[in-house]
Design a protein around this ligand. Structure first.
Ligand code: F6R
Length: 601
């Protein structure tokens, strides 16, 4: 999704360098063009379709080293209105280049505004919704209104979602506003920053202010002023980010994804820290205060987070709570219905996913108690909900979610214990063991060999029951996302109801079988069904059952209980997908067509 960045500061920093660093820190969000605008006595705009390197090579040398401008904004665009092109790339300006604007979000009434501006004689250059903004500002400037008032007036006309930043010729100020799209301000020694996300400026400062919906910001080299929609100054608090630029780097790994897979033991230790009382077999979640549950629990989430939500709902149901996971895009609080005794849990790594945010807002309007299970402190979901439970995974840059999924599973296990007052010494001990078990998998996995054997497969199937079903779905999602090959995940028992028709000697089936319960033996029955149809079987198992006898290959996981072993088993699947994608030479960290933070519905 689009990313925006802005910097205003002293001569100590090269503005263009800060902006380009910022854009590279936002690349993970996914984009198809990029641009920057520097403001001085005039406005200098450079924008280019394609990767950031295309923009960098299009910059005139003088601009790349120029020190004179101390204010600028930049943008990575993920196309919504109009195809990727130089012209559609941001920033956009008014006809006289008095103002340049970058925008993340969707302006829903842009066609009405565009028609009105065209009738007034404005000529549009791009297909974007964003271009209405600089032209609106331009008309207010023409009417003699000052810059800040013109900016605010233009923003007042917008319907939809936006994080917007604007710079003006002859002004050392950035004006910004947000509604339903993320925007964070950075307070540095050498100036002030703004961005869609902290990695854009973490190498310059770790002190941040999260802007709220409906707020405006004015950034100058000297100060940052936040106001509400009426212009009244808002008291803000500066927060300190708990991770640094190194955490957001690759640390010698070829890909962020591989690094993040390897960071899972650390991520889970962070997630568990201070939350387990081993002596009493209890879970303590400070963030949830005295929260208690009476009615049903609904989870809303998308993609990988939805798989974690399925896992969370299974956990609660096993504990006697009525719980259901919904795809956020399909959630309808009226139809379900949701009431004051309902609890709605939004599971969202970024805390910004538009579908999940809409579902949470609906739940809030219906009077439910809402909880955000998220990785990003101060994110929209954390702000929207009554409570926020942080998964503490640290920054995840690879578009494909890995460590955040394991951290979501872990946090949801904690949540299920806390909501039901049903910890147990055994489960608490098992949770504590998960980071080491994942480390064992990372140290011993044969996933790379399996990838070599099956890189040419026609399709990949994943099966699992109970807690392993979400992992089967997640295994397939990861495989398709980063290898671009067909992959499907199924509840093991569903295979014979249709999907079995797809199974051939060229479609490996990955079966998750841990423990030796009835569930495990039923899945072994399903393994026999595919084996009888000549499909190769890869069992992910802790060796407690005899599934190995029917499998062509085994990926081992340490023995644990079914709940926690699904967290560990998933790591083997992540590694298989990674190595298949690696062998196929795919763009692993930025798969085609995908974005890290999906801020449109
Ligand atoms: C897949 C992936 C996506 C996200 C989904 C929700 O690897 O990352 O499916 O899980 O877009 O994102 P969040 O968790 O930020 O709401």
């Amino acid at each position: 999704m689009c990313g925006i960045v802005g910097y205003v500061g002293s001569d100590e920093n090269n503005t263009m360098e800060v902006l380009l660093d910022g854009l590279s820190g936002l690349e993970y969000r996914g984009y198809d063009s990029a641009g920057v605008a520097l403001a001085d006595n005039s406005i200098d705009v450079h924008k280019k379709e394609g990767e950031l390197s295309a923009l960098e090579s299009a910059l005139p040398d003088t601009t790349a080293t120029a020190q004179k401008e101390s204010v600028g904004i930049g943008h990575t665009r993920w196309s919504t209105h109009g195809p990727p092109s130089d012209v559609n790339a941001h920033p956009h300006t008014d006809a006289d280049r008095r103002v340049a604007v970058v925008h993340n979000g969707i302006i829903e009434n842009y066609q009405t505004l565009r028609d009105e501006l065209v009738d007034a004689g404005v000529e549009f250059r791009s297909d974007t919704d964003t271009e209405v903004v600089p032209h609106l500002i331009g008309t207010y400037l023409d009417a003699g209104i000052d810059r800040e008032a013109a900016f605010r007036r233009a923003i007042d006309r917008l319907e939809g979602s936006y994080a917007i930043a604007a710079v003006f010729e002859g002004s050392e100020t950035i004006y910004a506003a947000r509604k339903d799209s993320p925007l964070v301000l950075g307070i540095g020694e050498e100036g002030h920053y703004l961005a869609s996300d902290v990695p854009a400026f973490i190498e310059y400062t770790d002190r941040v202010i999260y802007l709220d919906d409906g707020e405006f910001a004015r950034l100058t080299p000297e100060d940052v002023i936040v106001t509400d929609s009426t212009g009244t100054v808002v008291e803000t608090s500066i927060e300190t980010i708990q991770w640094d630029a190194e955490d957001a780097g690759k640390s010698g790994y070829d890909h962020y994804m591989l690094k993040e897979i390897h960071e899972q033991p650390k991520a889970l230790r962070q997630c568990l820290r201070g939350r387990l009382d081993e002596l009493n077999g209890q879970v303590e979640l400070e963030e949830l205060g005295d929260l208690s549950r009476t009615g049903p629990v609904q989870f809303v989430a998308c993609g990988t987070s939805y798989h974690a939500a399925l896992y969370g709902a299974t956990l609660l149901r096993e504990r006697g709570v009525s719980a259901q996971a919904f795809l956020a895009s399909e959630y309808d609080a009226e139809a379900i219905p949701v009431g004051a005794d309902s609890m709605v849990v939004g599971v969202t790594q970024s805390g910004e996913t538009a579908d999940t945010m809409r579902a949470l807002r609906e739940a809030n309007r219906a009077g439910a108690t809402t909880i955000a299970v998220t990785n990003v402190v101060g994110s929209s979901a954390a702000r929207e909900c009554d409570y926020a439970l942080y998964i503490r995974a640290g920054p995840e840059i690879g578009v494909a979610a890995t460590k955040t999924f394991a951290s979501q599973q872990t946090a949801l296990t904690l949540l299920a214990c806390a909501l039901t007052d049903q910890g147990s010494r055994n489960l608490v001990r098992q949770l504590r063991a998960v980071p080491d078990q994942i480390q064992t998998v990372l140290d011993t996995s044969r996933a790379r060999e399996i990838a070599e054997v099956y890189e040419d497969a026609d399709a990949y199937f994943f099966i699992g029951r109970g807690y392993h079903r979400p992992v089967a779905l997640e295994g397939a999602l990861k495989m398709k996302e980063i290898t671009y090959k067909h992959a499907e995940g199924f509840a093991s028992g569903e295979l014979k109801h249709g999907p079995l028709a797809l199974v051939t000697e060229n479609t490996p089936v990955f079966a998750m079988v841990t423990g030796d319960s009835e569930q495990a033996s039923k899945t072994i029955g399903n393994v026999k069904e595919v084996e009888a149809r000549d499909a190769p079987v890869v069992a992910v198992t802790d060796g407690q059952s005899n599934v190995g006898r029917y499998a062509d290959h085994v990926l081992e996981v340490p023995a644990g209980d079914e709940i926690t072993s699904s967290i560990v088993a998933n790591v083997q699947l992540q590694l298989v997908s990674y190595w298949v994608a690696n062998r196929l030479g795919r763009s692993i960290d930025k798969p085609r067509n995908l974005a890290k933070s999906v801020t449109v519905e």
